[in-house]
Design a protein around this ligand. Structure first.
Ligand SMILES: Cc1cc2nc3c(=O)[nH]c(=O)nc-3n(C[C@H](O)[C@H](O)[C@H](O)COP(=O)(O)OP(=O)(O)OC[C@H]3O[C@@H](n4cnc5c(N)ncnc54)[C@H](O)[C@@H]3O)c2cc1C
Length: 435
């Protein structure tokens, strides 16, 4: 995630730097005014580059899953690129507003002359300027509600649908206002490519075409209400479903007006297009879901996505698998997929953290699944008996490979605990949060 964002920021800065150092500086321009002008250009370029990345990643490009480590990571990159974009947009706006301060400090003399345009082009540039200003206010407001976790997800996702329109306004602003000489420079070519990627994403989103090629419909074949507010749903999908690998997830729409929610496919690929979901009541929609779903009801499933896959493990690494609560779902799929060939199961320590083993939906099922896999050692940590998982219990070394799915707080505590012990294993973490 960081690598992609930093690489793109560096590339844009280099391209901008190339233009600065190869262009002939206009005479009579005060250094402060010249620096302001370039800072305005650079902040605008960086903001629109990040925003274009955001829009492109919003199309859920499955081909980027391998290099970026899965769709959950693509979403995290989308989020952090968005935050970076808005930060540069705010800087761009502040630099633009610094006009009066600079006039007071160094005077009007030595200002950079603005490019002159006439006719329709001038009208378009004025429109681009206004659009940029409105869009910046809107994206700043969007950032605030994105970071304000208490803002309800549903209301946020409705407002978030305005992003493609805001992006198109910002793209228009950028295309109209960048210096004309950019278009004959590497910076212009790069900007053009980024705008093309972003506009593609925005238009695809506005046409509601994202993920269409990976969608299958089907029906619910069973619904079960399990202890611990868990709803177990089995769906049978039509021919459009291409199958999945254990550990992947899908966007599932049970009710059209609600839209899709991401859930891990908690079963192995049985080759008959029947897949299971285990859904914990974690919010407004999932609460009471078992009472609302009915056998025979139509379901739409988009996917599969994700790279939380056993096949990606390092063959020689000591395997440590950790599930916290409903984070057990990818491991259910792994364990089920290993049942057919128990001898292919790697040697692994599987830690399952539960609040109360006696009332737990999955503990017994995991014990049964692991009983046929002698190389997988199951450790159940029952918090009601004071058994909490800590970093030192893992017996991890730098050569271990950890696969974690569970509450972010537990994941961070384990990572920090290992770090303070001087142990840095390979750590895969499936994010159950996309916002
Ligand atoms: C890759 C992945 C796999 C998941 N697998 C499972 C699983 O196997 N079992 C399970 O019980 N839960 C799983 N979740 C979590 C599940 O998606 C949320 O608990 C559920 O969407 C909450 O919806 P809500 O309206 O009830 O809750 P809300 O209170 O509205 O939302 C709670 C949080 O859930 C997330 N969320 C809500 N709606 C959506 C949406 N439409 N798209 C994306 N995120 C949303 C947001 O982070 C939000 O802050 C998974 C999440 C991800 C990202």
């Amino acid at each position: 995630m960081k690598t992609l964002i930093l690489s793109l920021l560096s590339l844009v800065t280099l391209a901008w730097g190339w233009d600065v150092f190869t262009s002939v500086a206009p005479t009579g321009v005060n250094t402060m005014w010249a620096a302001r002008q370039e800072a305005l250009h650079l902040s605008g370029l960086l903001s629109v580059a990040m925003m274009s990345l955001v829009m492109f990643l919003a199309t859920r490009p499955a081909w980027l899953e391998t290099p970026l480590g899965g769709m959950d990571r693509i979403y995290r990159t989308h989020k952090w690129a968005g935050i970076t974009a808005v930060s540069f947009a705010a800087a761009h706006w502040l630099i633009e507003m610094s006009d009066d301060t600079l006039k007071a400090l160094v005077g009007r003399e030595g200002r950079v002359n603005e490019e002159k345009f006439t006719g329709f082009l001038e009208v378009l540039r004025d429109l681009g300027e206004d659009m940029g200003e409105w869009a910046i206010y809107a994206v700043l407001a969007m950032l605030v509600i994105t970071l304000w976790k208490k803002f309800p997800y549903r209301a946020w996702s409705i407002l978030h649908q305005a992003m493609p329109v805001l992006y198109l306004m910002l793209a228009f602003h950028a295309a109209m206002l960048v210096p004309t000489d950019y278009w004959a420079q590497p910076v212009g070519i790069l900007l053009g490519a980024l705008l093309a990627g972003g506009v593609y994403g925005a238009v695809k989103s506005l046409r509601n075409a994202i993920g269409k090629s990976r969608q299958a419909t089907g029906e619910i074949v069973s619904v079960e209400r399990l202890p611990g507010d868990v709803c177990a749903v089995r769906c049978h999908l039509n021919q459009d479903w291409r199958g999945h690998r254990a550990g992947q997830f899908a966007f599932v729409t049970f009710e059209g007006k609600e839209g899709a929610h991401p859930f891990t496919i908690a079963s192995a690929d049985r080759g008959e297009r029947t897949i299971d979901f285990q859904i914990k009541a974690l919010g407004d929609y999932t609460r009471g879901l078992a009472g609302r779903l009915q056998v025979g009801q139509t379901v739409r499933v988009e996917g599969p996505y994700g790279r939380f896959e056993l096949a990606r493990r390092k063959p020689k690494a000591h395997q440590i698998w950790i599930a916290g609560g409903i984070g057990v779902t990818p491991f259910l799929a792994w364990l089920e997929s290993l049942q057919a060939n128990p001898q292919q199961a790697p040697t692994a320590d599987f830690h399952y953290c539960t609040r109360n083993q006696a009332a737990d939906t999955f503990a017994q099922h995991l014990t049964t699944l692991c009983a046929t896999l002698p190389s997988v050692r199951l450790h159940i940590h029952d918090a009601s008996r004071g058994a909490r998982l800590t970093a030192d219990t893992l017996a991890a070394t730098d050569k271990s490979e950890i696969w974690f799915c569970g509450p972010a707080g537990l994941g961070n505590a384990l990572r920090n605990g290992l770090k303070s012990m001087g142990v840095i294993p390979r750590f895969h973490q499936e994010a159950f949060e996309m916002r």
